[in-house]
Design a protein around this ligand. Structure first.
Ligand code: ADP
Ligand code: MG
Length: 242
């Protein structure tokens, strides 16, 4: 028996027993499978195991709760959940930094950290794993954190700036380093702009991107980037100024 798991943008994802089978519309990054193999060899529980490279790709199924696409549920934005998220991202970056796979880069980035790619324990509602490693590539710690900040805190005109600042603080507390909030917020704005251009550039050849383009997503992303730039100082203000 197999159950569809709501894939669609880049993949068709089905659960088959203890595994998931992912059929790609676009090939995964050349780093995706080596990263899963490396993390598996390290015994990390924060990613599925690669069972078969495919195509189609087969992975272990990670049981738990994955927030649906759309507005981030409040339970995934608590300070505890954001701290645990920061810890999980830190584990990924520390496990891959300095390995042959990342070459001269700082670390391996997931590059698509978002609630819909994160599995939470139903008992604690804390995150314990990331799925959808298709965009993994060497990069910087700040880049992954900027993407996560955008996605979990919904940086943009809909956000409450005080709640977003507190959320960012929890995320970075969990990550546990002196990485500057300012750099992370600037990285979030870069992702927002790159996503807008990426959708526009790909719309001519990719039906999914064409649909996003027609729905006005690039304009929304640019509006979000403008908001993020305008609130950079407030979002990254140190605790003492709260
Ligand atoms: N290994 C896995 N274990 C459990 N659930 C998974 C796994 N891989 C994917 N999923 C579920 O399937 C959904 C879609 O898969 P994903 O790999 O993110 O594809 P896409 O983003 O291209 O739609 C995820 O949001 C998640 O709910
Ligand atoms: Mg996904």
């Amino acid at each position: 028996m197999s159950d569809p798991l709501g894939g669609g943008t880049r993949t068709e994802v089905r659960r088959v027993g203890d595994h998931v089978v992912r059929a790609h519309h676009r090939p995964p990054s050349p780093y995706a499978h080596p990263t899963l193999e490396l993390l598996g060899a390290r015994g990390w529980g924060g990613a599925p195991r690669l069972v078969a490279a495919g195509p189609p790709e087969e992975l272990t199924f990670l049981a738990g709760a994955v927030p649906p696409r759309g507005p981030v549920p409040a339970w995934a934005r608590t300070s505890d959940a954001l701290r645990a998220l920061g810890r999980l991202v830190r584990e990924l970056h520390d496990l891959t930094a300095g390995t042959e796979l990342v070459g001269d880069a700082e670390t391996m980035c997931h590059n698509d950290l978002s609630p819909a790619n994160t599995v939470y324990r139903p008992t604690t509602l804390l995150p314990y794993a990331f799925v959808d490693w298709d965009l993994a590539a060497p990069g910087t710690r700040v880049a992954d954190l900027g993407h996560a900040a955008w996605q979990w805190l919904d940086l943009g005109p809909r956000a409450d700036v005080t709640a977003a600042r507190r959320g960012l603080r929890s995320l970075l507390d969990g990550y546990g380093s002196d990485l500057g909030a300012r750099e992370v917020v600037a990285a979030a704005a870069r992702w927002q702009r790159e996503t807008a251009s990426g959708i526009e550039d790909g719309a001519a050849t990719d039906p999914t991107l064409a649909a996003l383009n027609a729905a006005g997503v690039p304009a929304d992303c640019r509006a979000a980037a403008g908001w993020t730039d305008a609130h950079l100082a407030e979002l990254s203000a140190p605790d003492v100024l709260r």
